[in-house]
Ligand binder design. Structure first.
Ligand code: FES
Length: 143
């Protein structure tokens, strides 16, 4: 039987996490190909609906990666994103999905190594949890 390969969606701020992902690539750091990156001008743009929709569309894990706290280019976008991630954790728990499937991270554009670590950390976490939908659970989320 083949090993479960999770699908992970990463909502990344253009100024930090996306640049860090780019740096990780330039440094030729190895990380799991399980992640699909969505570039945002700031994580403050992320909406709880986007995070929930990612799960509905088949993601097994989702993370939001923004600038370090106090360094958001739009002042408090990353703090707003942190609150939205906490809200989505509660929503997931309400529909019977493990809240650990969604996470918020903060990093700078110079942290290419940390970006690769985050991807590995999330991939391992989601592999332990298994696929998001088990035995018709999807219907209870999308209805
Ligand atoms: Fe990076 Fe706001 S500009 S999180």
């Amino acid at each position: 039987m083949s090993e479960f390969e999770p699908k992970i969606v990463a909502f990344c701020c253009n100024f930090c996490a996306f640049a860090a992902a780019d740096l990780a690539g330039a440094m030729r750091l190895q990380y799991s190909p399980s992640v699909r990156i969505i570039r945002l001008p700031c994580t403050g743009k992320v909406d709880a609906l986007y995070l929930m929709k990612s799960f509905e569309d088949g993601a097994d894990g989702v993370f939001v990666a923004g600038c370090l706290e106090g360094q958001c280019h739009y002042l408090e976008g990353n703090l707003r994103a942190k609150k939205k991630v906490a809200y989505v954790k509660r929503l997931l728990a309400e529909v019977g999905i493990e809240p650990e499937r969604v996470e918020m991270f903060n990093l700078s554009s110079a942290m290419g190594g940390r970006f690769a670590e985050i991807v590995e950390e999330m991939t391992e976490r989601i592999k332990k949890l298994g696929p998001v939908y088990k035995d018709g659970q999807k219907e209870s989320v999308s209805s």
